[in-house]
Design a binder for this molecule. Structure first.
Ligand SMILES: [Zn+2]
Length: 260
């Protein structure tokens, strides 16, 4: 069976310096390559933020996240409907972050992230400044995709902002999956994307679906860090899931969440 697919978690790029693939010399990877790859895999839409870190001491964090957000818009112009951009906010720059959310809403986008604190010189989901940004995101109906780290503060963040839908990235090993399931049980506003580490363990996806319910689990790959084919295969080839469950994970849940 051929499935429709939305990849909820990617980091597209234009410049080589924005390409976070560890094996990028394996092919001539440019923005056209990304499109050809997703065409070959039947991925209709790919979502997410441009993710490059500071190139030198002279470049400030604000400059780099501003550039990443601008590149996301440039890629949107290039890819059209195929790409759903995610944007960066930053707890040290509340005014800038609010203006990012305003611009997103004005342009019909509602995805922050993936937020990856260690890429942009912050470390904790308890950082001051984040509360005001998330309150504002909640008022505007914006979704937040965030890197799994700093579990205890992430729990507080999700619990304290019940009007924000959070999508945690990367299931991880069993103790991490138990953490995700605990949070999912307590917070209906907590979803998960399957990108990154974890789904290679037999039964992991089924365990996550059992805990979250079928509507809060999304396919994501973390391309170009990871291979989309690996994750698509892990879902389509999972004998423990029905085809309607596979369709929900691969496509329907992201479509509903982003209203696309
Ligand atoms: Zn990522």
């Amino acid at each position: 069976m051929e499935y429709e697919i939305i990849d909820f978690h990617t980091h597209p790029f234009i410049l080589d310096s924005e390409n976070i693939c560890a094996h990028k010399n394996c092919a001539n990877m440019g923005k056209e390559f990304t499109l050809e790859l997703f065409n070959a895999l039947n991925v209709k839409t790919f979502c997410g933020s441009v993710l490059s870190s500071r190139s030198s001491k002279e470049t400030s964090v604000l400059e780099i996240i501003t550039k990443n957000n601008q590149t996301a818009l440039e890629l949107k112009r290039f890819y059209g409907d195929r790409y759903y951009p995610g944007f960066h906010v930053h707890p040290a720059y509340v005014d800038y972050s609010i203006s990012v959310i305003d611009n997103m809403v004005k342009n019909g986008f509602k995805l922050i992230g993936e937020l990856v604190p260690y890429f942009h010189s912050w470390s904790s989901y308890a950082e001051q400044g984040l509360n005001a940004i998330l309150d504002y995101a909640g008022d505007k109906g914006v979704i937040v995709n965030f890197h799994t780290q700093d579990h205890e503060n992430a729990i507080k963040m999700v619990k304290n902002h019940k009007n924000v839908i959070f999508v945690g990235a990367h299931p991880g090993e069993k103790p991490d999956i138990e953490y995700h399931l605990r949070l999912a049980k307590e917070c209906e506003n907590y979803y998960i994307d399957l990108s990154g580490y974890g789904v290679h363990r037999f039964g992991a996806i089924k365990t996550i679906v059992n805990g979250f319910g079928i509507n809060r689990v999304l396919y994501g790959s973390d391309y170009p860090t990871c291979s989309p084919a690996t994750f698509i295969g892990a879902i389509t080839g999972e004998t423990l899931l029905t085809s309607s469950e596979k369709q929900a994970i691969l496509y329907k849940n992201a479509k509903t969440l982003l209203n696309i």
